[in-house]
Ligand binder design. Structure first.
Ligand SMILES: *Cc1c(COP(=O)(O)O)cnc(C)c1O
Length: 398
């Protein structure tokens, strides 16, 4: 998911539009802006692409998740089920909402499983913050009945899954609210940026107000608009929105290329019969950003990664030890270390994060290697990458 793969004249043009007017703020200043409303245009592109009734651009994926939680009514003291495999932003968003993360098991689909969610339920469970990890959707046909049966609020962190669909529906639209990231490493980038989506008009209005100090954005008198709720500044700037807009217009091209390249690489790696691949309930909805495969054991996966490093074979992520996306790395969370007291210090953590047993998640992430799929690869580059990987994997498996 490296950002900026297709980056150039289109992004520069959108940014220059903004620079030439000097209207860097997404609201007001009609007299300066010569008709340019980049944040609004970005939101319209996201609405068209995802099919969401409402999209709202904010300053980052992290603030999009925070906005999604707030607009779904999740806050102080609420237990929220979360996965142990995600970017830490997911967990931070829950904690800084004053809510209490409860970890549940994932499965080979790399997202929370229906079974994992059911086992983590308590009488205080208010919501599930479902993360669609590494480019594809969770198993929604299995998860939605659990959400509905227990009357939970579903919020989706689709930070890594813009472009992923499940049976024709975009991730982020299964629950009350959803969030995407446009940071530097995602399929489309704004440098920094995030998108909130929902089909619920009330949630949209709350998100729009919440992410701008409660301003209701009605009329042109910025100072004296109505302020129905408290909020904070999670606004995106017009400059970032301009980059995001140009990128969003390329998402179909990016996704098509990634999916084709992923299929090519998967066909190659499939000759190693010991490898298994991430099961996807709807492979047609894959965003194509990662080829996720499993070694038979964690030891083998570690050895393969070591040999990749020894032979300068890049492109693969090993989340279990080399990345910041798995609970084993989150020592600060386990000790609840923060700059200042938090609601979770007051309430107490709902689980002992030091002693959490998540054997299924440990086993799955231990065996997982994720190859980042590039849209810009040539066939030659893919052949070289695949050949080097296959040689090493075969040697390790023996
Ligand atoms: C990247 C990411 C975020 C945070 O997005 P930023 O734009 O970097 O703040 C949140 N959740 C997930 C799953 C992510 O991958």
């Amino acid at each position: 998911m490296p950002g900026m793969e297709l980056f150039g004249a289109e992004e520069r043009k959108e940014v220059m539009d903004v620079l030439e007017t000097g209207a860097l703020f997404r609201y007001n200043h009609e007299e300066m802006r010569q008709g340019h409303w980049k944040a609004r245009e970005l939101e319209e592109e996201v609405e068209i692409f995802t099919g969401a009734k409402f999209a709202h651009a904010v300053s980052s994926g992290s603030t999009a998740v925070a906005t999604a939680l707030a607009a779904a009514g999740i806050g102080h003291g609420d237990e929220v089920i979360v996965p142990p495999f995600t970017y830490i932003a997911t967990i931070e968003a829950v904690i800084f909402a004053g809510a209490l993360p409860v970890f549940a098991e994932i499965d080979e689909n790399l997202c929370l499983s229906a079974e994992g969610i059911e086992k983590a339920l308590t009488p205080k469970t208010k919501a599930v913050l479902l993360v669609h990890m590494v480019g594809a959707a969770a198993d929604m046909d299995a998860i939605m009945p659990v959400i509905n049966k227990h009357k939970l609020t579903l919020v989706e962190d689709a930070g890594q899954a813009l472009g992923a669909f499940y049976k024709g529906k975009s991730v982020g639209l299964f629950g009350k609210t959803g969030a995407f990231s446009f940071d530097f490493f995602k399929i489309t980038t704004a440098g920094e940026g995030g998108l909130f989506i929902t089909n619920d008009e009330k949630a949209y209005k709350l998100a729009d107000n919440f992410s701008d100090h409660g301003h209701d954005h009605v009329g042109n008198n910025r100072g004296m608009e109505k302020h129905p709720i408290l909020g904070f500044n999670y606004r995106i700037s017009e400059l970032h929105a301009a980059v995001g807009l140009a990128q969003m217009r390329k998402i179909n091209e990016l996704r098509d290329k990634k999916r084709a390249n992923k299929a090519y690489m998967k066909a190659k790696l499939s000759q190693i019969t010991e490898l298994t691949f991430r099961p996807m309930p709807d492979p047609d909805g894959d965003s194509g950003t990662f080829l996720n495969f499993f070694l038979p054991t964690t030891e083998m996966a570690k050895k393969v990664m070591k040999e990749f490093a020894n032979h300068d074979v890049g492109g693969c992520n090993y989340w279990y030890t080399n990345m910041y996306h798995f609970i084993n790395q989150w020592e600060h969370l386990k000790k609840l270390r923060s700059a200042a007291p938090l609601a979770i210090h007051h309430f107490g953590a709902p689980q002992d994060y030091n002693k959490l047993e998540l054997p299924k998640s440990q086993e799955v992430i231990g065996r997982l290697i994720s190859l980042g799929v590039r849209a810009t690869w040539t066939e030659e580059e893919m052949d070289k990458q695949a050949d080097e990987m296959i040689q090493i994997i075969k040697r390790v498996i023996g």
